[in-house]
Ligand binder design. Structure first.
Ligand code: APR
Length: 175
């Protein structure tokens, strides 16, 4: 379905049948709008019951649940930073989302994983900067060969697809 390494895919992340998809959640883990809402709608109410038991998730960290009604086996929920202008370690916290999600994926034997553009919607993070951070973190994980061998960066629209593609091309390594 997708070549090994890092690639961009445009569409609804809930339709992907991979080992895991990543949810851009909030600290309550009790659902919301955007991709969080789409994942909860597609996974079904068992997901909310399961998330309630997790007791939330601090920004930058990640938690794993089954995918329930989703075609993907797992959901890795991570909480991105809200963009407040870039002076509040937003970059470090977004890097942590990718790093911690990929580490949790590795711990669970996840070989294929898809990320939405974490924090680039409601949380207002600048897309180009977020794309650069995502590509850097994913390339590092692929090089370490400890976690997933196939990573999809999912764009929900053509603008984000172009931003993500440009970020991969601008990075000096291609997987
Ligand atoms: N599939 C893939 N990507 C999607 C989907 C989908 N079904 N729906 C939305 N997106 C994209 C958006 O276009 C955006 O580029 O996901 C990216 C992240 O946007 P948000 O979902 O708004 O997430 P975020 O910016 O991290 O804000 C998180 O929003 O939904 C609430 O509960 C969530 O409070 C949290 C906040």
């Amino acid at each position: 379905m997708h070549k090994v390494g890092l690639s961009v895919w445009q569409g609804d992340i809930t339709t992907l049948a991979l080992d895991a998809i990543v949810n851009a959640a909030n600290e309550s883990l009790l659902g919301g709008g955007g991709v969080d809402g789409a994942i909860h709608r597609a996974a079904g109410t068992e997901l909310l019951d399961c998330c309630r038991k997790l007791g939330g998730c601090p920004t930058g960290e990640a938690r794993i649940t089954p995918g329930f009604q989703l075609p993907s086996r797992w959901i890795i929920h991570t909480v991105g930073p809200v963009w407040h202008g870039g002076q509040h370690d937003e970059e470090g916290r977004l890097r942590a989302c990718y790093r911690n999600s990929l580490a949790l994926a590795a711990q669970n034997g996840v070989q294929s994983i898809a990320f939405p553009a974490i924090s680039c919607g409601v949380y207002g993070f600048p897309a180009e900067l977020a794309a650069r951070l995502a590509v850097t973190q994913c390339h590092a994980a692929l090089k370490a060969q400890t976690g997933p061998e196939r990573i999809l960066l999912v764009a929900f629209d053509t603008k984000m697809a172009a931003v993500l593609t440009a970020a991969i091309l601008a990075s000096n390594e291609h997987f």
